[in-house]
Design a protein around this ligand. Structure first.
Ligand SMILES: [Zn+2]
Length: 535
């Protein structure tokens, strides 16, 4: 019998943590960061204490109490005694791997806590993006997906005698990633070098990339298949797992209206032939009837930017490489340069190691790199390398300020601090090409964003505005963002074509959408948080 237990991703968008058990074999389908629950308790200046290891995330219900699954170095004395009475408590001494669908942190973040002996199976692009995000990010202890510094338990005396963990100066350990779509031997020397970058000291535990033993049955009793799909980040995949009860399909996040829709169509076609027992499918946009396409974003963006007399700021997630390329094309078509931030340059350079059709920053006349005005005297090594490698491509606030009609700046809300150094002139434009606010904290940020624009006399386009407590993009300014998730009608099409015996919705605030629309066609089962479905 196969058991599926849903520790996250139920009635929420993201935080997927699904345990699949078949006899003694166990796999997790994603192990994501639960943003919604995290934000209930925490914010920028109130975060789980890294020195308390697993205590905070377990106590606050951010992690399931599964003894044996997590890194030993994060276990404080007496930790598990506190959780043994919780109904979802279990000992899990053996887990054979995590199947990771893509590098968005709501799917990957909490891999940080899992024992490093548990391998992560994913695509090469996802592994590389996960590392680029970690190399160039703040890397809080609960988002260290690819590597971490194990903590040591200090045994101080006197007033310092509180149980706490510290990770200063301990050697970094790399997690084992198993690539599902590329043999590591086939990677270029530059790509291999990127994976090992940052692990120079002899004391570090380096783990090279290995192939995923797909279908080989050598390390895993499951027959696994990995299908590339289209989503708002490159490298996304869906999984098919052959179990003793039949094939189980896990969609990850996907869409049918993006530039790589053909990948999603190929996935649907191939898994339909497996006559799956179960389909675990996302439902982020279940209630949306139709989606804007990337081509429409290009057309609307081009129209808006063409009409701008001075500076243009484009606000979108740079991890959405398709969007970055859309704005690069708009920059070309309007005779401007796309100024990206160093971390976006690092990501683009990383994806290019695996997808050579991605533009080369060094040789693309329309890409420059914006260096923040108050840069640190001793930048991180990755950042220094970017400045060195693309020395001739660096622009400063002054360069932008004196030639405002020559640039499209790729900024988000969190980069607005650069505006005082730039003083946008009349006729400047802020193009909002990102998702709408989903929670109160983001609504507060939107209010601030509107104030910034008002203060600097920037015209905003595509920005949600509040009316009667609802945040909506004004009619006539829509069509500047293409979602990473399939619309309701596309989701139903995907479900009907795959035609599983059982459909299990996850990653959705409206899971009953499927039972409402597919009754009489497919058996839809709505799982509870921490609940188990037996197949
Ligand atoms: Zn995603």
């Amino acid at each position: 019998m196969v058991r599926l237990t849903f520790y996250g991703g139920i009635n929420e968008i993201g935080g997927n943590k699904i345990l699949l058990e078949d006899g003694e074999w166990r796999l997790f389908l994603d192990f994501g960061f639960p943003y919604k629950r995290h934000k209930l308790f925490y914010e920028e200046y109130l975060k789980p204490r890294s020195g308390a290891g697993l205590l905070d995330p377990l106590t606050m219900g951010l992690l399931p109490p599964l003894e044996g699954l997590y890194r030993d170095d994060l276990v404080t004395p007496g930790l598990w005694q506190r959780f043994q009475d919780i109904p979802t408590y279990r000992r899990l001494d053996r887990v054979d791997g995590v199947l990771l669908s893509h590098a968005h942190l709501d799917h990957s973040g909490h891999i940080s806590f899992i024992k490093d002996s548990v391998p992560v199976y994913t695509t090469a692009v996802t592994a590389f993006i996960a590392k680029a995000i970690q190399d160039s990010g703040k890397s809080d202890f609960d988002q260290q997906v690819c590597y971490f510094s194990p903590t040591t338990r200090e045994r101080p005396t006197g007033w310092q005698q509180i149980a706490h963990l510290t990770s200063s100066n301990t050697p970094k350990e790399q997690r084992q990633f198993c690539l599902a779509d590329v043999t590591p031997e086939a990677l270029s020397p530059e790509a291999k070098e990127f994976w090992n970058w940052g692990f120079w000291e002899k004391t570090t535990r380096q783990r090279g990339l290995v192939s995923c033993p797909l279908s080989s049955h050598t390390q895993c009793s499951f027959d696994l298949r990995c299908f590339p799909v289209d989503h708002s980040i490159p490298g996304a995949c869906a999984w098919a797992i052959e179990t003793s009860s039949g094939w189980i399909i896990y969609s990850g996040d996907l869409r049918l209206h993006g530039k790589r829709a053909g990948l999603t169509r190929g996935f649907i076609e191939q898994v339909a032939k497996l006559h799956p027992k179960a389909l675990i499918i996302e439902g982020t946009n279940a209630q949306r009837e139709a989606n804007v396409s990337e081509q429409e974003v290009y057309e609307n963006g081009l129209k808006a930017v063409s009409g701008a007399k001075s500076l243009v700021i484009a606000d979108f997630s740079a991890r959405d490489v398709d969007r970055l390329l859309t704005f690069l094309q708009i920059a070309r078509d309007t005779g401007r340069k796309l100024a990206i931030l160093p971390r976006d340059a690092y990501l683009l350079k990383t994806v290019r190691l695996l997808e050579p059709e991605i533009p080369d920053i060094a040789h693309d006349d329309n890409i420059v790199i914006y260096q923040e005005t108050v840069a640190s005297r001793s930048p991180n090594i990755w950042l220094r390398n970017i400045y060195d490698e693309y020395d001739s491509k660096i622009v400063l606030a002054e360069d932008v300020s004196t030639a405002q009609d020559q640039f499209i700046l790729c900024f988000s809300f969190f980069d607005l601090n650069e505006l005082p150094s730039m003083r946008p002139r009349a006729g400047s434009l802020y193009v909002y090409s990102s998702s709408e606010p989903h929670d109160e904290e983001q609504e507060i940020d939107f209010r601030r964003l509107h104030e910034w624009l008002k203060h600097f006399g920037l015209r905003g386009i595509g920005l949600p505005v509040e009316s009667d407590g609802e945040w909506q993009i004004p009619d006539g300014e829509k069509g500047l963002h293409a979602s990473g998730h399939a619309s309701g009608s596309d989701l139903l099409e995907i479900a009907r074509q795959i035609n599983p015996e059982v459909l299990i919705p996850v990653h959705s605030e409206h899971p009953d959408f499927y039972s409402e629309h597919l009754s009489g066609e497919v058996n839809v089962i709505l799982p509870d948080v921490g609940g188990t479905i037996e197949l």
